[in-house]
Design a protein around this ligand. Structure first.
Ligand SMILES: Nc1ncnc2c1ncn2[C@@H]1O[C@H](COP(=O)(O)OP(=O)(O)OP(=O)(O)O)[C@@H](O)[C@H]1O
Ligand SMILES: [Mg+2]
Length: 465
């Protein structure tokens, strides 16, 4: 057992005596003879249980408990009182103090109470762990990307996840920046701690500073209570600053200071607060242009741009359209309790030809909508929104073989183009063979094993073996 117990007691004999007993029980013990030292020790963190005298020279136990519980609601506080008055007990319980013991302390009772407190605390932590597991949607396997470009991004995410370096995610709207930000956190050693997200665009400038850095009671009208900001809440975890390009200049200055010194003060506060936070920022804005217009600070830009990750548009990686479509069909068929076996040939061709200005979000919405609308067990052309077709109708009709898979920007990425064509040919072969892999493999000139490998690697959905 290595739980940490903080003993707060001004009577030095009692303090030493209790410390010895608890150390003998293999607890890590921290001693404090007054409220000030106790507060300093508590701020260092990792305290499981506080054993506290009710009467202290510089403060009282209730006041101190209030502060500790505000900092860490899971901390277990055991109060020691010479009076044992009922009033104290009721007040303590209301405040969230775990238990209280009357002096002189019965040592057996003390150990029982402490061990019970730790047990309860562990249950709470285990529960948090469980919740983490439920957040599986943010893990890697739910981010689809067979294209070379996405594979590169996955590699980069794995590399940077376990560092504390600031990551700046760039990319058009709907390309998956938020998803990647979460993947970075959940792949990192900070995954057991919080990932706090804040969207800089959706909060009015007047509130943004207090949202990020917290405020003290009375800092401004309406600040009835002091409040922790996102930076404090993200302590030991990660903070995701979404739409960082929208950050007002005033807040940019304060953010810069945190990045430089790792400390800040709450709005209306004087105390320097230190935090250990991993920062992930995202924007779809052209920050370089914003810098030229003096809307974004250059020094902040360099602090944020430690590890830039550019997420390509969907039209630059058309080979992901098929796997994403299959993924979303499965997801929304399940959500709507429908039995849907993919999409027709014409439907898929349309999806591959469209240029997806809204990127993956637009594709996802299109599929969700089609799943809801369709009356058959396959998504058909008529289930897809009309504007997809009218967009494409304006483009040239005469095309060489498979031209629609080649993106405009990247005709030289032959490897990706081969992958894309390969996937499409295999998909067609499987479809024509009605999912019979042996049959399809023969037509493709592959061994069955090769076909299976390719189906898996290229994430091709096939219903039958
Ligand atoms: N590679 C992917 N695999 C599966 N789903 C994805 C992928 N990329 C994005 N999505 C989905 O597309 C939608 C948009 O993604 P996300 O919110 O991460 O985009 P964004 O880049 O943050 O967009 P914005 O700039 O508009 O905030 C989400 O529902 C997300 O789950
Ligand atoms: Mg986003």
């Amino acid at each position: 057992m290595n739980e940490k117990i903080l003993i707060v007691e001004d009577d030095l004999n009692t303090l030493e005596g209790l410390a010895e007993i608890l150390e003998h029980e293999n607890f890590q013990v921290v001693k404090a003879k007054n409220g000030r030292i106790a507060t300093e020790e508590a701020r260092k963190g990792n305290i499981n249980v506080v054993l506290m005298d009710y009467l202290l020279p510089d403060t009282d136990g209730l006041e101190l408990s209030r502060i500790f519980l505000e900092q860490n609601p899971d901390i277990k506080i055991v109060m020691m009182t010479a009076f044992g008055s009922v009033k104290n007990a009721v007040e303590s319980m209301k405040l969230g103090i775990y238990d209280y013991l009357t002096k002189p302390i019965d040592l057996d009772e003390l150990l029982i109470v402490i061990k019970r407190a730790i047990k309860e605390q562990q249950l709470i932590y285990e529960n948090i762990d469980l919740k983490d597991k439920i957040q599986e949607t943010y893990r890697f396997d739910n981010i689809i990307g067979v294209s070379g470009k996405m594979q590169e991004i996955f590699k980069k995410v794995l590399k940077v996840a376990n560092t504390d370096a600031t990551v700046l995610l760039r990319g058009e709207s709907g390309t998956g920046k938020e998803l990647i930000a979460r993947a970075i956190h959940f792949q990192s050693s900070r995954k057991g701690k919080s990932l706090i997200e804040i969207n800089c665009a959706s909060i009015p400038e007047t509130l943004l500073e207090s949202e990020l850095f917290g405020h003290e009671k009375g800092a401004f009208t309406g600040a009835y209570k002091s409040k922790k900001g996102k930076f404090e809440l993200a302590h030991k975890g990660s903070l995701f600053l979404d739409e960082i390009g929208e950050l007002p200049l005033g807040v940019q200055a304060k953010l810069l200071r945190v990045l430089q010194d790792r400390t800040f003060t709450r709005v209306g506060g004087i105390e320097n607060i230190e935090v250990d936070v991993r920062l992930i920022a995202a924007t779809n804005k052209n920050l370089e242009q914003a810098m030229e217009k003096r809307l974004f600070r250059e020094d902040l830009y360099y602090r944020l741009n430690v590890i830039p990750i550019f997420i390509p548009n969907l039209r630059e990686r058309p080979e992901d359209i098929g796997p994403l479509t299959d993924f979303f069909i499965q997801k929304y068929a399940q959500k709507n309790s429908k039995q849907i076996n993919g999409i027709t040939q014409e439907g898929m061709e349309l999806l591959l030809e469209y240029h997806w200005p809204g990127n993956i979000r637009e594709l996802e919405n299109t599929i969700e909508n089609a799943i809801v609308m369709t009356d058959t067990d396959k998504i058909e052309l008529s289930d897809l929104p009309g504007y997809l077709q009218s967009q494409i109708a304006t483009e040239v009709k005469d095309r060489p073989y498979f031209p629609q898979f080649f993106s405009d920007q990247d005709k030289t990425n032959y490897k990706d183009q081969i992958l894309l064509c390969e996937r499409e040919i295999i998909r067609r072969a499987l479809q024509e063979s009605k999912g019979n892999k042996t049959h399809a493999a023969r037509r493709l000139g592959f061994s069955l094993r090769t076909l299976r490998n390719k189906v898996q690697r290229l994430k091709i959905q096939s219903t039958k073996e």
